[in-house]
Write a protein that binds this ligand. Structure first.
Ligand code: FUB
Length: 323
């Protein structure tokens, strides 16, 4: 039944050339986590409801492409209705590949992260644990949000799971990818002078005045990690307001500390800015979302642009392609 449904959704959605953004237009899709699996780009993402007035998402989406121009919609790869331990808020997911299996990491209810497994990158994924691997209600950082998981597997095979809102966290994963290997650690971000960049809650009277912008290098949400030429890049949004955007810090260690460098891209139209970076066929790309189609922050659409580095490995700030 489920396979029949997915096969029906396995319709090609031609979107023309890659420069046309957003590149998925038949539904609202956000928080794109892109990966290259088997020479194909897979984008795992949130699925904003058509009439959304909040982030009340109920399932997770996946699209794939071999040319970034023509995309296959794989439908819902996992839904809240399939989970026994979560009821709401199917937010920004990520995925990883290891030992012939694919792992989907997904946050729910703003405080828990689960993992589901499939033998195919496009799913369907199933939850083998029947419980979260991160539970923000019982962890030492209780009160902060366990959202926005991002998995990075280093060349030595060690996998890391990053996540968090306002306070970025990381934990190592065991080789089976469904168990943590050790405690949660803070991801430390420093400025160029070596000073820690820490989110400060704004006083109530400051609401509406950049209340949800942490400061240039301050972590807000949406972590992503990749490695290039021995440099580990930690990218993230420095808040969720029209002033916030995707920025990055670098380190020689995937656990940090990371030193803030600057913007990955200029602010997008939506108040949230959440994306990912991959290399595909020799070209680097940044995936992100905007509200360019709907004009609504809760109804977002995914976009992709080329990304370039200078000779020192600094990211050249991307100007988002607008419709
Ligand atoms: O999609 C829901 C939330 O919006 C994500 O968790 C954040 O990163 C922001 O994009």
């Amino acid at each position: 039944m489920k396979y029949t449904f997915l096969m029906a959704l396995y319709a090609m959605c031609s979107v023309g050339v890659q420069a046309q953004n957003p590149f998925i237009t038949h539904k609202f899709i956000a928080d794109p986590s892109a990966h290259v699996f088997n020479d194909r780009v897979y984008v795992y993402a949130s699925h904003d409801e058509d009439d959304a007035e909040y982030y009340d998402m109920v399932d997770w989406a996946c699209f794939s492409s071999s040319d970034l121009a023509t995309w296959v919609d794989h439908g819902a790869v996992l839904s809240l209705s399939e989970l026994s331990w979560a009821d709401k808020w199917a937010w920004a997911p990520d995925a990883a590949q290891r030992n012939g299996l694919y792992y989907l990491y997904y946050p729910v209810e703003r405080n828990k992260i689960g993992v589901a497994v499939s033998d195919r990158p496009e799913g369907p994924f199933e939850d083998p644990l029947d419980q979260p691997i991160i539970d923000g209600l019982v962890e030492p950082f209780a009160g902060k949000e366990a959202i926005d998981p991002a998995v990075f597997i280093d060349d030595d095979g060690q996998a890391y799971l990053y996540f968090g809102c306002r306070e970025p966290r990381v934990t190592k994963l065991k080789d089976n990818m469904i168990e943590r290997d050790g405690e949660l650690m803070e991801v430390v971000i420093l400025d160029q002078m070596g000073r820690r960049q820490v989110w400060h809650e704004k006083p109530k009277e400051a609401k509406n005045v950049q209340a949800n912008y942490g400061g240039d290098g301050v972590y807000g949400e949406g972590p992503w990690v990749f490695e290039r030429n021995g440099i580990y890049y930690f990218t993230y949004a420095n808040g969720w307001s029209i002033d916030a955007t995707m920025v990055y810090a670098i380190s020689d260690n995937p656990l940090g500390p990371f030193v803030y460098q600057g913007k990955v891209m200029e602010p997008v139209s939506s108040n949230t800015s959440h994306g990912s970076i991959i290399e595909y066929k020799g070209q680097w790309y940044v995936f992100y979302h905007t509200k360019d189609i709907s004009g609504k922050n809760y109804r977002r659409s995914v976009a992709v642009d080329q990304l370039f580095f200078d000779e020192k490995g600094q990211i050249k700030t991307v100007a988002p392609t607008r419709t």
